[in-house]
Unconditional design. Structure first.
Length: 513
């Protein structure tokens, strides 16, 4: 006989994907999207088309507040009348989330797979790199103890890149919010390990972008775990947030993080983005903002020292939704890239989305050295990654609403970020949904595989693959290595862990046992 089971469905308003890092498809786009006709995938040598044609329709203050509503709510108990094969035994269902790890790729794109389930709380929502040694998977609503939804602090699982992972027990470190703060989006992203306090040990800055400050819900905060000979723990930490000059409700500050010794004083600094942050504009709302927090011997500064804003003073541009710091052009100097999926190229243009690039060796406070924008309403800049194609590094930018299903756009840092191609689905593509995340992996010396995840493709998410060889992208098709029946938001996050493996998140997976 079936029992009445409590199944929690947790609605997460987290402003961007995954992954990291694009806006959820259910969020209202900052302007009416009039997509151009779909085109076949192009070669990485062809320039991407980047025209803005639509008229902007921006969010109201009420919509801005709704975007930041944590809404981590429980549904009522539900009755499940399904039966097991003997028609009499009880069963249980729990929302665990999970990841698939695909390895041992051959030249055809086939691979072996193994899956790891979580302890609730959307394991696999974000998957990202932590420098050369570690990669991490977040479960942004995992509770202590597991499946106790009233005590959801979020959890971050950190793995070594050169180690074989079979279960969560293989994690090198497992971190929760040290104050056990609830429903704060802990682990949404993190900055690559760097020495903030100059003691010789790598420190780790972790996002809690939904953390409240007094009555200011979802203002956001940065949790820094200070390194030791034994790594990171929850005993030695600090918390930083925006000062009273800037902090507001719904900022989502720290939804993007990056770490670098910007001023060369021997202490690493933190850049933190919040797509709803920034000074309140005269018409209401904010542009989005990135704040600079200074490293020092006492640890990360409690508040920001200065901020970066988009050049166009208009709300709903979501500047700071994604960010990365990396030496892109090979000059041994770190470059900063900040995207906003509603950015405008000028006051009169539509909200196309875009990315600001601040070249190493320049004063980033004086403005970006390069800017790239998508097509009107495309949500260009929903996610940023650096990828290698044919041994050459490219900046890759996701536009989740471009060409109906989303596109991945490639830019060459060595050529002043000239457009070098676009991945898109053919016009006959019939699936519903949009690209959620992407990454690449090398199949052979002259062939790379781009893996495209879509959490809403099919009935429960899908991954699609295309090979890139001789600067030509093949027609995408369902990846040969995905589960037979994908489910649970499979494809929400896609990540190359640099151990010859692709990791795919399925954060909404329901485990039946």
């Amino acid at each position: 006989m079936s029992s009445i089971l409590k199944i929690f469905s947790i609605l997460l308003c987290v402003f961007m994907f995954a992954c990291g890092s694009s806006p959820d498809e259910n969020n209202e786009t900052p302007d009416e999207n009039t997509p151009a006709e779909d085109s076949d995938a192009v070669t990485p040598d062809n320039d991407a088309d980047q025209s803005d044609t639509d008229t902007s329709t921006e969010k109201t203050d009420e919509e801005r507040d709704n975007d930041a509503d944590t809404a981590l709510s429980d549904e009522d108990k539900v009755e499940n009348d399904d039966e097991t094969t003997d028609g009499d035994a009880d069963f249980e269902e729990l929302q665990t989330g999970g990841i698939y790890i695909f390895s041992d790729f051959d030249e055809s794109g086939s691979a072996k797979s193994r899956n790891i389930l979580g302890n609730g709380g959307f394991l696999g929502f974000s998957i990202f790199s932590l420098g050369k040694k570690y990669w991490a998977v977040s479960a942004i609503h995992e509770s202590i103890p597991a499946f106790d939804w009233d005590n959801a602090t979020g959890r971050l699982y950190i793995f070594e890149k050169n180690k074989h992972v079979e279960s969560l027990d293989d994690a090198a470190f497992v971190l929760n919010h040290p104050d056990k703060s609830l429903n704060v989006g802990f682990g949404y992203t993190a900055a690559a390990p760097c020495d903030i306090n100059g003691d010789g040990f790598a420190d780790l800055a972790v996002s809690s972008h939904l953390a409240a400050f007094g009555d200011l819900y979802a203002a956001g905060e940065i949790v820094v775990f200070y390194g030791s000979p034994d790594g990171w723990n929850e005993e030695t930490y600090s918390i930083s947030r925006l000062s009273s000059a800037y902090i507001q409700k719904a900022d989502s500050m720290s939804q993007s993080l990056a770490c670098v010794d910007y001023d060369g004083d021997g202490f690493a600094d933190i850049f933190a983005g919040g797509q709803n942050a920034g000074p309140e504009l005269s018409g209401g709302g904010s542009q989005g903002m990135v704040a600079f927090f200074k490293g020092r011997a006492a640890g990360l500064s409690e508040n920001e020292s200065w901020v970066l804003l988009p050049e166009v003073e208009e709300k709903a541009q979501y500047f700071g939704s994604s960010m990365l710091i990396e030496d892109l052009d090979g000059d041994s100097l770190p470059d900063l890239v900040i995207s906003g999926w509603g950015l405008k190229s000028d006051k009169s243009s539509a909200n196309s989305g875009g990315a600001y690039i601040y070249s190493g060796g320049t004063d980033w406070q004086h403005g970006a050295t390069h800017k790239i924008f998508g097509e009107a309403g495309s949500q260009f800049g929903s996610a940023l990654k650096t990828i290698e194609i044919g041994g050459k590094k490219y900046l890759a930018v996701l536009a989740t609403k471009d060409k109906n299903y989303g596109t991945v756009n490639f830019y060459d840092p060595a050529e002043d970020f000239a457009a070098r191609g676009r991945f898109s689905f053919p016009s006959a593509f019939a699936e519903e949904g949009n690209i959620s995340d992407f990454d690449t992996i090398k199949l052979s010396s002259d062939t790379d595989l781009i893996v495209i995840g879509g959490k809403n493709f099919g009935n429960g998410g899908m991954t699609y693959c295309a090979t890139i060889s001789n600067k030509t992208i093949s027609e995408p098709e369902a990846c040969k290595f995905q589960p037979e029946s994908p489910e649970g938001g499979f494809g929400n996050a896609v990540f190359n862990n640099k151990n010859g493996e692709i990791v795919v998140g399925m954060p909404e997976y329901i485990h039946r046992f």
